[in-house]
Design a protein around this ligand. Structure first.
Ligand SMILES: [Zn+2]
Length: 74
């Protein structure tokens, strides 16, 4: 089954799929690990997206239904 891709111009206030307000930001590259970052990852506020960056990576993820949100294509 092909996954539906949802594109957003900016971080959604709530998930258009399940209505959750818990939307996490993806972080790409190698972030500087701090206890604060760790806590935010534990909180579900950030998701580590890894260091393999393409030109179409998701920017945000709903932590409720795990839907990824992609940047609107120009
Ligand atoms: Zn959702």
């Amino acid at each position: 089954m092909e996954k539906e891709i949802i594109r957003v111009a900016k971080k959604p206030g709530k998930c258009p799929v399940c209505g959750s307000v818990r939307i996490a930001n993806y972080i790409y590259g190698i972030p500087e690990f701090t206890t604060e970052l760790d806590r935010h990852v534990d909180d579900g506020r950030f998701i580590l997206g890894g260091c393999c960056i393409t030109d179409d990576d998701p920017l945000y993820r709903c932590t409720g239904c795990k839907t990824d949100f992609y940047r609107v294509k120009p």
